[in-house]
Write a protein that binds this ligand. Structure first.
Ligand SMILES: Cc1cc2nc3c(=O)[nH]c(=O)nc-3n(C[C@H](O)[C@H](O)[C@H](O)COP(=O)(O)OP(=O)(O)OC[C@H]3O[C@@H](n4cnc5c(N)ncnc54)[C@H](O)[C@@H]3O)c2cc1C
Length: 296
């Protein structure tokens, strides 16, 4: 039997922005260096487990949404992306906690650190949140922020002078760097499969993530993933980014708020259809969830 000839999977919308620099913060950027696979690669891998079946676009969409909804994640590992990123060290420190990516970072033992730091504008100093110890809420008055911004610049310039002085005296770069601030930018190649990228975006596009890393994650999602794998992007938004988890107690409380007379099969079906749950399977799953909440 003659072997089936395959065509390399590509994503024309992503090809268009390959290498293009997207600016983030004041001096950071992200650009796509390379990628492998597209929405069809996910479907193709999943069909190995489910059999071939029909092959229309809407079937592909339904299958991707099913996989995302049910955490059948391995087909998403068939796609891969490599980004070149420039990030301040404090955000990078959070970024590389995601262990499932491959990283190659510029070496400040080998190369002199560039005089590039993230700077904060007078109206961009965030206040400590009172209800989330890790978060921020609102902004410091601009008149007070002016002074902080001037002080920041002085501190950064001083740190740079101290660093340069050590370098000029022949101190090793690996030691000269030790007092540079966390606002210093670093650069890296970051390669990750789509399953783990989805996990990264779920955690880092979420409102609890720090604004700086959230800015990078949102750009990766909205500018890159949306072009690369549009069906997966939509499923990600519906089932991860904009979805919520409910605890047993929360389900109990909600069950007390639901009027049992308003949850007939027909009514739920029409609501589901209005909200764009177009497949039968998805509507049936929705009705099952409502039944679980109402305890019927
Ligand atoms: C809002 C927010 C606040 C945070 N605050 C803190 C903090 O205060 N202190 C702190 O230290 N970190 C903090 N983190 C980092 C967080 O705890 C995770 O380390 C980080 O988000 C990476 O997530 P991950 O381990 O799931 O991702 P990855 O490292 O990419 O791993 C992906 C998945 O692979 C599996 N995996 C990977 N490695 C292992 C392993 N060794 N054993 C078992 N399973 C593994 C897990 O299922 C994991 O979810 C915070 C993160 C967020 C989003």
């Amino acid at each position: 039997m003659e072997a089936e000839r395959l065509q390399r999977a590509s994503s024309p919308a992503l090809d268009e922005i390959l290498g293009q620099q997207f600016n983030v913060l004041d001096r950071g950027f992200i650009r796509v260096v390379d990628y492998m696979g597209n929405d069809s690669s996910i479907v193709q891998a999943a069909r190995v487990s489910y059999g071939k079946g029909t092959k229309t676009i809407s079937d592909d969409e339904g299958l991707i949404r099913y996989l995302m909804r049910h955490d059948h994640t391995s087909p998403f590992e068939m796609c891969d992306i490599k980004l070149h990123v420039k990030v301040p060290m404090d955000a990078w420190r959070q970024w590389i906690r995601h262990r499932t990516a491959s990283v190659n970072e510029i070496s400040s033992r080998y190369s002199e650190v560039k005089d590039e730091r993230q700077q904060t504008l007078p109206d961009a100093w965030r206040l400590q949140s009172k209800d989330n110890k890790q978060g921020s809420k609102g902004y410091l008055e601009q008149s007070l922020g002016e002074n902080l911004t001037i002080n920041e610049l002085e501190l950064q310039q001083h740190a740079q002078q101290v660093y340069q002085e050590r370098i000029d005296l022949g101190v090793a770069k690996e030691q000269a760097r030790k007092d540079l601030p966390l606002s210093t930018y670093t650069e890296a190649y970051w390669e990750i499969d789509l399953k783990n990228l989805i996990h990264f975006l779920t955690l880092r596009m979420e409102s609890h993530a720090q604004l700086e890393i959230r800015s990078y994650a949102s750009l990766i999602g909205e500018e890159i993933v949306s072009r690369w794998v549009p069906l997966t992007w939509q499923a990600f938004k519906d089932y991860r980014l904009n979805a919520i988890k409910l605890s047993a107690q929360e389900i109990e409380i909600i069950s007390k708020l639901i009027d049992p007379n308003r949850v007939s099969e027909e009514y739920l079906n029409s609501l589901a259809q209005q909200q764009g749950l177009t497949t039968k399977v998805e509507r049936a799953e929705f009705i099952k969830k409502v039944r679980r909440i109402t305890g019927e």
